[in-house]
Design a protein around this ligand. Structure first.
Ligand code: NAP
Length: 305
């Protein structure tokens, strides 16, 4: 099979397509024929040698990518409740960008019939992170919540899940993504210089909560615009928890029902999950250049034929 692999730390140019023997499902495992594999900043942190929240570092040579969707094509001994042909999505540590992945099915989710495979293959990390972070704040109609990086993979979902609680949502993004934010009901503000003034103008009575998907500058602006530290959850600035008493609930916990609920909302069209662009496996370097540069709202995904 083909897999994306890197043998040295560096930019997207270190990623190569290599041929390796087909893996097979062992006892208690299934093999999934991968159809789509979404990109996440975590993948790029690993191949670039940047620090990750968990401190994990790749063993070289390393596979790449976490999110995938496809269909089960082999069942290991003792597996029950799953069948060859089942459409599934999930995540595996640094091995998703390959023709096949072998996984224990307890970490898989069933792909809803109406969910396009590109979305399913981009959903696991962003979906569970957005679900967990929004759930952690117990938002409601009295809240005015700031969602930073609201046009990103996590931010688009977090903003819409927050809106569904009845909260007013203010989201930061580059101006080119503001029309998208308006289209989903989010009040847009630009990130960078002027963010705090923009937040104060958009929330004259002050923020009551914030979902940070960016880092320290956004956390600082949220606190200065009135959000109490205990109602600021950051998935991107873990040190803020120690420095300010904010929370850091991300995608580590797997809440299958929560993720399923997000998948159902996307499949029904009630929540938008834009696919920004699609690349072939062989164009993986180009895909990560796009992820790391400026781009439109939503996810970038590799599609395998
Ligand atoms: N803790 C966890 O469990 C967990 C899970 C998933 C992700 N994360 C982390 O959360 C972050 C977001 O992940 P993602 O998947 O949503 O990334 P993504 O899809 O690449 O989106 C990142 C967004 O950041 C925005 N951005 C760029 N410069 C900014 C700035 N100065 N201020 C505010 N926003 C800015 C971009 O918006 P514009 O294009 O509009 O400028 C872009 O949409 C990453 O650091 C990732 O590693 C953590």
């Amino acid at each position: 099979m083909r897999r994306i692999q890197y043998s040295s730390i560096g930019g997207p140019e270190v990623l190569e397509v290599v041929e390796v023997p087909d893996p097979h499902a062992g006892p208690g495992e299934v093999r999934v024929r991968v159809r789509a594999a979404g990109l996440n900043p975590l993948d790029a942190k690993l191949f670039r040698g940047a620090p990750t929240a968990s401190g994990v570092k790749p063993d070289l040579p390393s596979g790449n990518g976490h999110d995938f969707a496809g269909d089960i094509d082999e069942l290991g001994e003792g597996v029950t409740g799953w069948a060859v042909g089942d459409a599934v999505y999930g995540q595996v540590p640094s091995n998703a960008q390959a023709d096949f992945v072998v996984v224990a099915p307890d970490r898989l989710s069933r792909t809803p019939a109406d969910l396009p495979v590109e979305m399913a293959g981009s959903l696991s990390i962003s979906g569970r992170t957005a679900y967990n972070s929004v759930a952690s704040l117990n938002l409601g109609p009295d809240d005015t919540v700031f969602v930073s990086a609201a046009a990103g993979g996590v931010g688009t979902l977090a903003a819409q899940l927050a809106l569904r609680t009845g909260a007013t949502v203010i989201g930061s993004a580059s101006p080119v993504n503001h029309d998208f934010l308006r289209s989903i009901g989010v009040v847009p503000v630009a990130h960078g210089e002027g963010l705090l003034d923009a937040l104060k103008a958009a929330a004259p009575d002050g923020l009551t909560a914030a979902l940070d998907n960016h880092g320290r500058a956004s956390v600082d602006a949220a606190l200065a615009a009135g959000a109490p530290a205990g109602r600021v959850n950051s998935i991107a600035d873990y040190a803020a928890a120690k420095d300010y008493g904010t929370t850091a609930i991300g995608g580590r916990e797997f809440d299958r029902a929560g993720l399923d609920s997000v998948a159902a909302l996307i499949a029904s069209g009630d929540v938008k999950f834009p696919i920004e662009s699609v690349f072939a496996l062989e164009a993986v370097g180009e895909a990560y250049e796009r992820l790391l540069g400026s781009h439109g709202p939503g996810k970038i995904v590799l599609v395998l034929d």
